[in-house]
Design a protein. Structure first.
Length: 95
């Protein structure tokens, strides 16, 4: 597995790669048996859409989550990647 580079931009508060909310998102995606839309995740975690999009963007950048558009509904399906499953398993073992 290649190490994850985390570059800090001006104005960012910390260099924490994954926080508890990111792990909750990965956990929700990992526990789903069927495809889940981004709007469903906002309802499950009781998050605002912009907040979830920010976290999903970061998880996608690191390769933990993949996004797939649904043309008919203009929705976005989220899927956890194998790398995301591995990271979630590592964090679960630490906690």
């Amino acid at each position: 597995m290649t190490p994850i580079k985390c570059e800090r931009k001006v104005g960012e508060r910390s260099i924490i790669v994954l926080n508890d909310l990111d792990l909750k998102i990965l956990n929700v995606l990992n526990n789903q048996k069927k495809e889940i839309l981004i709007m469903d995740v906002t309802k499950i975690l009781k998050l605002s859409h912009p907040s979830l999009k920010k976290h999903v963007r970061k998880l996608t950048k690191f390769g933990f989550v993949s996004k797939h558009p649904v043309p008919k509904t203009r929705g976005i399906v989220l899927r956890i990647t194998n790398n995301g499953k591995l990271q979630l398993k590592l964090f679960k073992n630490l906690l």
